[in-house]
Design a protein around this ligand. Structure first.
Ligand SMILES: C[S@@+](CC[C@H](N)C(=O)[O-])C[C@H]1O[C@@H](n2cnc3c(N)ncnc32)[C@H](O)[C@@H]1O
Length: 175
């Protein structure tokens, strides 16, 4: 199964209706839609206006989703309470111009903020795409941060265990 399917299957039994869930990279709206199908409080970020508009259309059945067209590193300005689930699907928008790929400096800042804004027992999920320019730097910068700061990696997932293929990290905030 691909990484998105793995993430959805993993999270589905863990999300409750009153969970606060944040999609840090809305893109095509697939993850946002999945979160909205399981929880009532969903916030979705994307730096691309086009991606936000596309995600809004994809999630039209869920008018309560709060869509934010801003860099996810500014999450603190928008999130009013701590979240149970925060999801990053890094890389470029596969449905758009591919001109707004995530970058390691803003991704790193966003992950730091997200970890701080995660509830105890909450999940921070990051999928890295290491095959595109910049994706490898992003992966190594965030992996280094995760290891040096002792963020708890509950599980990682790779489909074929091939070098440079997408990898998902499931982080859990434990007390
Ligand atoms: C791989 S796509 C996400 C796919 C999406 N989760 C889905 O289900 O279709 C990555 C997205 O991150 C967005 N992005 C890039 N830099 C960003 C930033 N600093 N803040 C928020 N979104 C950003 C891109 O515009 C792109 O749409």
């Amino acid at each position: 199964m691909n990484n998105s399917t793995f993430v959805h299957k993993y999270l589905a039994p863990l999300i409750e209706r009153d969970s606060v869930c944040v999609d840090m990279t809305a893109g095509g709206g697939n993850d946002t839609l999945f979160l909205a199908q399981h929880a009532d409080h969903v916030i979705a970020f994307d730096i691309s206006k086009e991606a936000i508009e596309r995600s809004k259309k994809r999630c039209a059945a869920y008018p309560d989703i709060l869509f934010i067209c801003d860099s996810h590193e500014n999450i603190r300005s928008y999130l009013k309470e701590k979240a149970e689930v925060i999801l990053f699907n890094l890389g470029y928008d596969p449905y758009g111009e591919r001109n707004t790929p995530t970058k390691f400096s803003s991704s790193l800042k966003a992950v730091k903020e997200a970890w701080d804004l995660l509830k105890e027992e909450g999940y921070l999920i990051i999928t890295f795409y290491r095959g595109h320019p910049g994706g490898k730097d992003e992966y190594y910068a965030l992996k280094d941060y995760i290891e040096k700061n002792g963020l708890f990696v509950l599980e990682t997932y790779q489909r074929h265990l091939k070098i440079d293929e997408p990898v998902t990290y499931i982080l859990k905030k434990i007390s």
